[in-house]
Design a protein around this ligand. Structure first.
Ligand code: PMP
Length: 754
């Protein structure tokens, strides 16, 4: 466009030559794609000269002219520009260089953008005005409106699919999520929606206001034949910008619109994902066209970004309920499915009795969006505990990878497939040598079970060394190395082949230093060194109560185990994949390299995939002639999920986020500790933190009851946490990794009120 810009002199002569208007003044106006000039003639009458960008068809401009005339005829109370005829009676003239020009009447006034916050009355009148315009255009047929433009929301998922130009990693992931929602919730029903010619850009720089209401609309340049409801989506999105309560503001626009043009049920259903998609398109286009001189092409990008982070936290069900309510329909709309009471009743009847549920009154969670969860009533929760949906609930990259691979093929390891080898390559690249051989399984439990088989095969021994309070999984062998289970209710105590050592807890345990705890290890190992197969431990203890073993403990413990001929297994099921921020794997915090690493939970972001990674030597001992086949382990879909998780950790810069947010959260929690005697200890790394609640700071007596009450209270405030440790008194903080500083603020604020 730059080299074909029209000078003001050329514009002046065009106005005179084409339209017989002698410009006393002519000023260039800001514009996105076309070139616009404000023209004032000798009598003070004002016009806008619009020179369309090259390649615009005259039919497109004709359609806009017809639409403006229609609005003027149907709704004379709405101030809208009208085309001015040329000296030869034409509405469109040739401006040279293949460009077409029009002269429009100038509409003056105050714009909606200057009225902040928008009073409800104003928002309602915005909806009413857009409805009137849509009604005026409802039966307009014009081939010029049938065109493909990037601002037509029907193409939102194509336009905003490539989010690479967005520089901020977390915003980019949120935008990916919004595009995914549009693909899921709007695209499949798009062709069935009411279609008509719409203005398509009722943004607050185009909407005029007067006497407390919206009175006019300019810029018909994005006019297009599309789903009628998209015009409302754009108005609602703009009405929400800068609002404290976007849903309340949006509902006003919807109510006004519905008065003027009744909304169909399906239009209401697609409204929320459509307006979210409009925000996604806006961010993608602004980012794509940003340059150092003009970092944000879009004028309202800051407000757009703030609105996105608010909308991520609104359940589509809640939005639909608000919009339906605004149209006078019964507001009640469930998330589909049974009532939670009925689900609970069926669960009790049909499922095993010892499947646990969180909370006195269990939650029925029906959706997730990055670090948020939504229940069946549409209530949003900040998820501070789910370390399985590591890169975010319903992360677009992972969802698409699973869907794409499932649509292509799912088989098993008896055929060659690239996903499994690529995953092994990518995974081992995150691990130090000699951890180079992978086995893929379906759960953390299976990974630990297999790791123990390998250890036993390699050493020819059968005894396991474990930490008190540890949990390693649910198979018979795993339970045998999980004091958390075999010491707990229903447990049968330690098997004869399990030896245990005290939890290296520098806060509440018998010792403070790593060396003192390592001495315990040596004592136990040296009793019967010849039987020791392996030492299995988490580098940071999860169910043990988010315990951080003291410096030097693992180095000395590993030395003692190896001296006895045993091998070392790091269970990274909870702590791996960058959760600790500064490192990929928590064992790296201790400057040790285990002989076997097991991993699970975050690996598939909720899709069941887990792995054992070991050395060539141990893998060779395990391959003793007995084939290893695992029906689902390493299947192409699961591997695609895990590859997408690795991509997301990098692309969304989640390790850096875990460090930054985790450090700040730790600092704030420690600050809180100084004013709250019930907080005995704050510990952890990155986004793997624990808050140890005590009855008494001196005795450090665990306050499990307080922890229970805190968790219930926070739930009532929309924050999900859990607790663990032998005294069930440690608040566990291990949220999805997109957890933000604002989220940390909110969590600390809520804990501060207790
Ligand atoms: N190891 C650790 C440290 C765990 O916390 C868990 C699960 N809580 C497991 C293993 C077992 O993993 P899964 O439930 O995937 O079998």
């Amino acid at each position: 466009m730059g080299d074909t810009r029209i000078s003001t002199e050329e514009a002046k002569s065009l106005v005179s030559r084409g339209f017989g208007v002698e410009a006393a003044s002519l000023v260039r106006l800001d514009s996105y794609e076309d070139e616009n000039f404000l023209v004032t003639d000798g009598h003070g009458k004002r016009f806008v000269l619009k020179v369309a960008r090259q390649g615009t068809r005259s039919g497109e401009l004709e359609a806009q002219n017809v639409a403006m005339e229609r609005v003027a005829t149907h709704s004379p109370d709405i101030a809208a520009p009208r085309p001015v005829a040329s000296s030869r009676g034409e509405m469109i003239v040739d401006a040279g260089d293949g460009r077409l020009a029009r002269l429009l009447s100038f509409i003056d006034g105050e714009f909606l953008v200057d009225v902040r916050p928008h009073p409800p009355r104003m928002l309602r009148s915005l909806g009413r005005m857009v409805a009137k315009i849509d009604r005026a255009l409802l039966d307009l047929r014009h081939e010029g409106a049938h065109r493909t433009i990037r601002w037509d929301l029907a193409h939102a998922h194509e336009v905003a699919r490539d989010t690479d130009p967005i520089v901020e990693p977390r915003l980019r992931a949120d935008v990916d999520y919004l595009v995914l929602r549009f693909e899921e919730d709007v695209v499949p029903v798009l062709s069935g929606l009411r279609h008509s010619v719409v203005h398509n850009d009722a943004n607050d720089h185009n909407v005029l206001v007067s006497r407390g209401g919206c009175s006019g609309l300019i810029d018909f340049g994005d006019l297009v034949h599309t789903a009628t409801v998209f015009d409302l989506a754009i108005a609602v999105e703009n009405g929400m910008l800068g609002e404290e309560e976007p849903l309340v503001a949006g509902a006003e626009v919807v109510a006004g619109y519905h008065e003027g043009l009744p909304l169909e049920e399906q239009e209401l259903e697609v409204l929320f994902p459509s307006l979210c998609a409009r925000l996604a398109v806006s961010v993608v286009i602004a980012s794509r066209e940003a340059s150092p001189e003009n970092p944000y092409v879009g004028v309202s990008q800051r407000a757009v970004r703030a609105l996105i982070s608010k909308l991520m936290r609104i359940s589509p069900d809640r939005a639909l309920r608000a919009f339906r309510g605004a149209t006078g329909r019964a507001a009640s709309v469930g998330a589909g499915g049974r009532s939670s009471a009925s689900t609970l009743e069926l669960r009790k009847r049909l499922l095993g009795r010892n499947l646990g549920l969180s909370y006195a009154s269990p939650l029925k969670i029906v959706r997730g969006a990055m670090q948020y969860l939504f229940d069946d009533s549409g209530r949003a929760y900040l998820d501070c505990v789910n370390n399985v949906c590591h890169v975010g609930h319903s992360h677009a990259g992972v969802v698409r990878a699973i869907a794409r691979q499932a649509a292509a093929l799912n088989t098993n390891t008896r055929y060659l497939h690239d996903n499994i080898v690529e995953l092994a390559e990518r995974l081992t690249a995150t691990l130090p040598a000699p951890l180079r051989v992978c086995y893929f399984v379906n759960s953390g439990s299976e990974a630990n079970d297999l790791a123990m088989r390998m250890a036993k095969a390699h050493t020819g021994r059968d005894e396991m060394l474990v930490l008190d309070g540890a949990y390693h999984g649910t198979t018979a062998a795993d339970i045998g190395v999980s004091p958390y289970k075999f010491d707990g209710p229903g447990g049968a105590g330690a098997p004869s082949t399990t030896r245990r050592i005290p939890m290296p807890d520098p806060y509440r345990g018998a010792h403070r230093t790593g060396e003192e705890y390592a001495r315990d290890v040596r004592g136990v190992v040296e009793k019967r060194p010849e039987r020791l197969a392996a030492f299995i431990a988490e580098p940071l203890l999860g169910v043990g109560g988010q315990v951080v073993p003291p410096a030097g403990f693992f180095a000395s413990a590993f030395k003692a185990v190896r001296a006895a001929g045993g091998i070392t297994i790091a269970d990274e099921v909870q702590t791996g994949f960058g959760r600790v921020g500064s490192k990929w794997w928590a064992f790296e915090l201790h400057d040790v390299i285990p002989d076997i690493v097991t991993m699970g939970k975050p690996m598939g972001n909720g899709h069941p995939i887990a792995a054992v990674v070991t050395t060539e030597e141990i893998a060779a001992s395990f391959a003793n002639g007995m084939e290893y086949f695992n029906t689902y382990g390493g299947n192409p879909v699961s591997c695609a999920a895990a590859l997408a998780v690795l991509d997301a950790i990098e692309r969304d810069e989640l390790r850096a986020n875990a460090s930054r947010v985790g450090d700040e959260l730790t600092r704030r929690l420690k600050e809180l500790q100084s004013s709250k005697v019930s907080i005995g200890d704050v510990r952890g790394h990155g986004l793997f933190l624990g808050v140890d609640l005590v009855r008494d700071r001196d005795t450090k007596a665990p306050d499990g009851e307080l922890a229970r009450a805190v968790i219930e209270k926070l739930k009532s405030e929309g924050i999900l946490l859990s607790r663990d440790g032998p005294g069930k008194n440690v608040l566990k903080i291990k949220p999805p990794m997109p957890f933000s500083l604002e989220n940390a603020d909110e969590l600390v604020g809520a804990l501060g009120h207790l």
